[in-house]
Design a protein around this ligand. Sequence first.
Ligand code: MN
Length: 245
Amino acid sequence: MTPLIGITCSTTEVEAMVRYRHGVNGSYIDQVARAGGTPVLLPNVDPSHVERLLDVLDGLLAAGGDDIQPLLFGAEPDPHLGEIDVPRDRFELPLLRAALAREIPILGICRGIQALNVARGGDLRQDLVHDPTSTVQHRMKARGGPTVHHTVRLRPGSRLHALLGHEQVAVNSYHHQAVGRLGDGLTVCATAADGVIEAVEGTDPARFLLGVQWHPEVMALGDPLSTPIFDAFLTAARGFAARRR
Ligand code: MN
């Protein structure tokens, strides 16, 4: 059996009659399927459904999305805070906490690394664009298909460094927020040239817990720096599924 991978969704307002859609960009689905997982989308339902959902999931992919309500990490909203997704905040943080408790393999991407950090008690930098200490453009504007935008330095000895096999790689960048104070059980494994945290991983080497601030899923299927991330995630999910059965 292929491992079942839950992918978190964003809530978007469509029009007054339709009210809301819960959805995710297709590239997450494509990458999970390519790596050998069966993707399943997780709508932003009441958190009372979290444990039942986790009963059947072998891995959790926390996808990109809007900003997290700062009160959830003990901060007041910065004037440059972007849009927030109330149903997603209400569902995804309990989902992540419960998945962490069950040691289900977790991959966080963009908002996903931020949600993972908040779920672990950390906080966020709310806006890099207006932060004078952030001297690299993290909200890229590029036309003509997927491309990389800035470099990140990978910490030697980290899981991510072992996966990608380089001390420095170039990544895309579609964020205006970043991990601030690190949550419990997480360690920084990649930083941009301006010191912005670009990836974190769990301190326990026995379990797969990785968050990246860039978007490996939007790069072409088979991209040499994206494929190892999804492959390692699915390997961990297969291991989790086998241990559970
Ligand atoms: Mn960046």
